[in-house]
Design a protein. Structure first.
Length: 754
């Protein structure tokens, strides 16, 4: 056995010793330890600047309808400034052995304790750092500082709505509501915080995922379900702070030469999504509600106006009720034949016409409903630690039990509920929520795990359950299930992500613009299929939809994998795709464009499923030599051949778009631009006409789909008569929408004038 100990008191040591273990290389001398991953420095430790710290803290997780206020009181923090590298196999029972496939490094305080043993191992293409042993006390905080190049860029982190390049900020890994407004400097966020503590912030997200990719061509994935904080504010290090049961932590790594190879290896590790069902490309999935007759009447009206419809999504199939939040679904996951008479017959009839029906479900069941009573009697819900009975979670004027997916019997029961929806005739559903609302303290799970660790893990289990249900029913290739919540390994279980509940506005942090960096971040986290509600979701008082927002959102989603609408939480006061004949005609054109792209949609989908390349890609994915593209977050490549720059601000008729070096063709008129790189390899920015209905889109001249793209040019530009929508026709036919648009206009005029 050879043990190399390094401290200021020991001098009998070989200087600059270098040892290799798989992709890991250890370089050490009396002053420092440097650890490389495939020749990339990832950890640098010295006695003056230790890379590892242990601590003791007490956390508070205050939950208000899925909006968490998380804080920690630290009672101890110890720098582990010395280290020992164990190179050869040790037979001691006190220390887990090292071997040629693994090394153990003991980081310890000068006095000998506390200490932490980190194991460096390799399995296949994955290199892993795991916590092996902690001595000297009951420590529940770990800080691990990974080396960073000051110019390095980091992406990923799950679904990040505000920032795509993550350096310079901290990101808590905790599933929660994204918030309303999500920008502390805006009036919307201020009022959301004031009224309900629900304003959110730049980092709040339904889908936090401790997966990160670096432009130094490596990825890191943290397997750890408790709270963690990713601190990227230091230009010299990436600090990860872990709370609670830190002995569970595992850091997985791999490297690559190109972005394509890196994402392929990341998705090999996490798992990939299968291709969506091809019937989706027949048109838009129309979100409507209100009962059988009302739904069919709206769909027929849309079809009469030329709208191509692939699916009808009825989220209120189980019934409805109204709260101060707006129109809500009755969370008893059974068909309500009173509200939807003949639904079983209509599903079969519409399917013969090529139109599918979709529904809605989540893992919570409303109190006192038939399903609740059944599950409660069998003990299928998460329990309250305080009462020992079913834990009731407040979802805003109604309470629910949450199915305990760690209970095998409850898991099987709920899987059969999902299979029953397939048997009824549904071709998919919104699988809403996950762990966002589940308390982190007063909860008892069947498997005995800490609720602080299960909070995030629950979202993974919910995705796993849905995938298993459709797989076992042999319908995974024909079913469209979309989810908003995720964590850790969710990309391997989720079929399609949707961006959740954006505001029905043009705001950067919570409106149309926010779903663009969200899609890019998800893609670089291994979740290749994402989309968003056309027009957004959340509305209240001054935040109401305009026709322009609906059409701008719709034109963007033409160039994404899924085109799906949502009426929002207050349908009657918000502009819909069916509000006026002109809106119907305009949206009909968008559905026609979407279906025209079917061959390309299929091509992109196969790349996601076979290789893990995200459908919506950052520009550097295909143009890595252009230094300008690494900070672009409001443009994306849809597949390899379409460059899309969505118009995300109101009342714009021209728009700037950045073109990296290549030969580009403007989709709407065939204008060619040959972009030659300058001395630094940069492209150019051009201004284009961006009338509603013609979003700025270019395609590569060398694309195999050039002939398909050329078919877009003849379409006519749409110009609204009144961008404010305040017309006499609207007043006479939709007075509620008219009144709220007036209120919106007055509110913002007054506010912006102050």
């Amino acid at each position: 056995m050879q043990i190399i100990s390094v401290s200021l008191a020991i001098f009998a040591i070989t200087w600059n010793v270098e040892t290799t273990c798989g992709l890991f290389t250890f370089k050490k001398n009396i002053h420092s330890l440097e650890i490389f991953l495939d020749n990339r420095l990832i950890l640098k430790h010295t006695s003056a600047q230790p890379a590892v710290h242990l601590g003791v803290g007490t956390a508070s997780y205050k939950n208000n309808h899925g909006n968490f206020d998380i804080s920690s009181t630290l009672s101890d923090r110890v720098s582990l400034n010395s280290f020992t590298v164990l190179e050869n196999e040790i037979n001691s029972t006190e220390v887990v052995s090292a071997s040629n496939e693994s090394f153990i490094v003991n980081f310890f305080h000068d006095l000998g304790t506390p200490s932490i043993y980190l194991k460096f191992s390799n399995e296949g293409l994955i290199s892993t750092i795991s916590v092996n042993k902690i001595t000297g006390g009951k420590y529940n905080r770990l800080w691990l500082k990974f080396w960073a190049d000051p110019k390095e860029t980091i992406y990923g982190g799950g679904e990040q709505f505000n920032y795509f390049s993550l350096r310079g900020r901290s990101y808590p890994m905790w599933a929660r509501e994204q918030g309303v407004g999500r920008n502390k400097s805006t009036i919307v966020t201020y009022f959301a915080d004031l009224i309900a503590g629900a304003g959110g912030d730049y980092h709040t997200t339904y889908w936090p995922q401790p997966t990160f990719v670096s432009d130094r061509m490596y990825f890191m994935h943290l397997d750890f379900s408790f709270f963690s904080l990713v601190n990227l504010t230091n230009e010299n290090c990436h600090e990860l702070e872990l709370w609670e049961d830190i002995a569970q932590a595992k850091f997985h790594f791999n490297t690559a030469v190109t972005w394509k190879q890196l994402l392929e290896r990341l998705t090999d590790f996490l798992g990939r999504q299968p291709t969506p069902p091809e019937w989706l490309y027949n048109g838009a999935v129309i979100g409507v509600q209100g009962g059988t007759d009302e739904v069919l009447q709206k769909v027929e009206e849309l079809q009469s106006g030329g709208v191509k419809v692939s699916g009808i999504w009825i989220q209120d199939w189980s019934g409805k009720f109204v709260t101060s939040f707006g129109k809500r679904v009755y969370w008893n996951w059974q068909w309500d034949p009173t509200m939807y008479p003949r639904l079983d017959v209509e599903i079969k009839r519409m399917r013969k016409l090529g139109i599918r029906f979709l529904s809605y479900i989540n893992p919570h069941v409303i109190k006192d409903s038939p399903m609740y009573q059944d599950a409660d009697a069998q003990g299928f819900f998460i329990k309250s630690k305080e009462t020992g009975k079913t834990q009731l979670v407040d979802f805003g004027e109604f309470d629910c039990g949450t199915v305990d997916l760690t209970n095998p019997d409850a898991y099987k029961w709920y899987k059969n509920v999902l299979k029953g929806m397939l048997e009824f005739g549904f071709s998919g559903w919104m699988a809403d929520f996950g762990g966002e609302y589940i308390p982190a303290e007063d909860a008892v799970y069947f498997n005995g795990r800490s609720p602080k660790g299960m909070h995030n893990s629950y979202s993974e289990l919910w995705a796993k359950l849905n995938k298993e249900a459709v797989t076992e029913a042999e319908k995974i290739n024909d079913t469209f299930i979309f989810m908003r919540s995720g964590f850790g390994r969710s990309p391997g279980y989720t079929l399609v992500n949707w961006a959740g509940d954006q505001n029905v506005d043009f705001s950067y942090a919570d409106g149309l613009a926010s779903v663009i960096p969200a899609a890019l971040s998800m893609g670089m986290s291994g979740m290749g299929f994402t989309h968003s509600d056309v027009g957004g979701y959340f509305s209240d008082l001054c935040v109401v939809r305009t026709e322009e927002l609906v059409l701008r959102w719709g034109e963007m989603n033409v160039f994404t994998p899924i085109l799906r609408t949502h009426e929002g939480n207050r349908p009657n006061r918000n502009w819909q795709v069916y509000t006026t004949e002109k809106t119907i005609r305009s949206f009909a054109r968008l559905t026609q464009l979407y279906t025209l792209l079917t061959p390309y949609h299929k091509f992109v989908a196969k790349e996601v499923a076979n290789h893990g390349y995200p459908a919506q890609r950052p520009l550097f994915f295909h143009y890595p030599d252009d230094p300008s593209v690494y900070d672009i977050k409001f443009q994306y490549l849809y597949g390899s051949d379409l460059l899309v720059a969505p118009v995300f601000l109101e009342a714009q008729r021209t728009w700037q778009i950045y073109l990296p070096p290549d030969r580009w063709v403007y989709l709407w008129n065939g204008t060619e631009i040959n972009v030659v790189p300058d001395e630094e390899g940069r492209g150019i920015t051009v201004a284009v006409n961006a009338e509603i209905g013609n979003p700025p889109v270019f395609y590569r001249k060398s694309s195999d789909f050039s002939q398909l793209f050329q078919r877009f040019a003849p379409y006519v530009v749409y110009r609204p008569d009144d961008s404010s929508n305040l017309t006499w026709h609207l007043l006479l036919n939709n007075p509620t929408i008219f009144i709220f648009l007036i209120f919106r206009k007055v509110f913002w005029y007054v506010f912006l004038s102050v």
